[in-house]
Design a protein around this ligand. Structure first.
Ligand SMILES: *Cc1c(COP(=O)(O)O)cnc(C)c1O
Length: 368
């Protein structure tokens, strides 16, 4: 029997398929009687180096003040971001992870009777927030697993309020060069928001970098989102931010929770932002680990999509069965059947020994 309130819950919410997070180490250890210390988790694109020691120390210094509410305005972190990015603080919106700011921007403009455009194989949060808000999803077929920007521009309808693009994209690792993105921005009507999700931007090689911040002045409908969860290693603390036109940022700030970023996350992010060495090391470990994974997969004859992120997806046939075999061997990766990619697995780049564990387990799972 259903609850009396059930009839009042929006159909779009009842039909939501919740976000599927990577399996926690402790859960796998419990399920299969494995030693948690021997489990390798390469499932959530986390930083294999952990947190910056400076960020850790900053969190430690905050503990004694745990009874106090955090600075709801995030003054110090915004000042640090302003310094680092040369953007005015009025353009900034801090979030409980960038997921939070993605949801805030969606809530500004999406409701029943409107639509959002995003690509096939786009980050799972875009379809989720679109559906949760009762808006229509316009899913544009991917080109070589990545964004087909020309088709996306053409797909914008009169009721479209937002276009989501992750660059690089998760889970495919595909990348749109800056020039192509700029061409796209010029094609989008100025009353349609373009959310450019740069969760992995720190991992880009110098030749792939593009100055998206400079676009903010020319394209007032552009919203850039970034996170401290990946290269900065703060996934558990939950902190990210958006850069937008002051009017858009102001509206997002108006609807956010007053204390949406906690004090530990604020302090850690500020410290992480100043730790250039840790960031450089994270990027270097990723570059080497990516090369190691690519070489290992090639050796096994496993096809993969070249990735500009800190993960890559590889085609293994019956991915559900291969995933089970990997789990038996204490290796957690991410099946992506939910993205419409049932023959693929996404693996995050780990430390050299973790990558090796994955490759060895995969070789066994595939009988190669
Ligand atoms: C990981 C990821 C995020 C970041 O999520 P947080 O909420 O900041 O942890 C955002 N977008 C994409 C595409 C991601 O892969």
């Amino acid at each position: 029997m259903s609850h009396c309130v059930s009839k009042h819950i929006a159909e779009s919410i009842k039909q939501l398929v919740p976000y599927q997070p990577g399996k926690p180490i402790e859960e796998l250890a419990r399920e299969r009687g494995l030693d948690p210390a021997r489990i390798v988790k390469l499932a959530s694109n986390e930083n294999p180096l952990g947190m910056s020691p400076k960020a850790m120390a900053a969190v430690g210094r905050c503990l004694a003040d745990g009874a106090r509410y955090p600075d709801g305005a995030g003054f110090a972190l915004k000042a640090a971001l302003k310094e680092r990015l040369s953007v005015p603080p009025e353009c900034l919106v801090l979030g409980n992870g960038s997921n939070d700011v993605l949801e805030l921007v969606a809530r500004l403009v999406l409701r029943p009777g409107t639509s959002a455009v995003f690509s096939q194989y786009a980050f799972a949060v875009y379809p989720l927030v679109t559906q949760a808000l009762g808006a229509r999803a316009i899913v544009v077929p991917a080109k070589a697993y990545g964004h087909d920007l020309a088709a996306m521009a053409a797909a914008i309808a009169s009721d479209t309020r937002i276009v989501f693009i992750a660059n690089p994209n998760n889970p495919t690792g595909t990348f749109v060069p800056g020039e192509a993105m700029e061409v796209f921005l010029r094609q989008v009507p100025s009353d349609v928001l373009v959310v450019l999700d740069e969760a992995y931007t720190e991992y880009l090689e110098p030749q792939d970098r593009y100055d998206s911040l400079a676009w903010l002045a020319r394209f007032p409908n552009l919203v850039i989102t970034r996170t401290f969860s990946k290269a900065y290693g703060l996934a558990s603390l939950r902190v990210g931010y958006a850069l937008a036109h002051p009017e858009v940022a102001e509206a997002m700030n108006r609807i956010r929770q007053p204390f949406n970023v906690n004090a530990f996350a604020l302090a850690a992010a500020e410290a992480a932002l100043a730790d250039d060495r840790f960031l450089a090391e994270s990027v270097a470990v990723n570059r080497d680990g990516m090369a190691q994974l690519e070489a290992g997969l090639a050796r096994l004859g496993v096809r993969f999509v070249p990735s500009k992120g800190n993960f890559l997806m590889c085609e293994v046939g019956d991915a559900a069965a291969v995933n089970e075999a990997l789990l038996d061997r204490g290796v957690i990766v991410r099946p992506i059947a939910g993205y419409g990619l049932p023959t693929w697995l996404r693996v995050s780049v780990g430390l050299p020994e973790e990558n090796e564990r994955f490759l060895a387990a995969l070789a066994e799972a595939l009988g190669r």
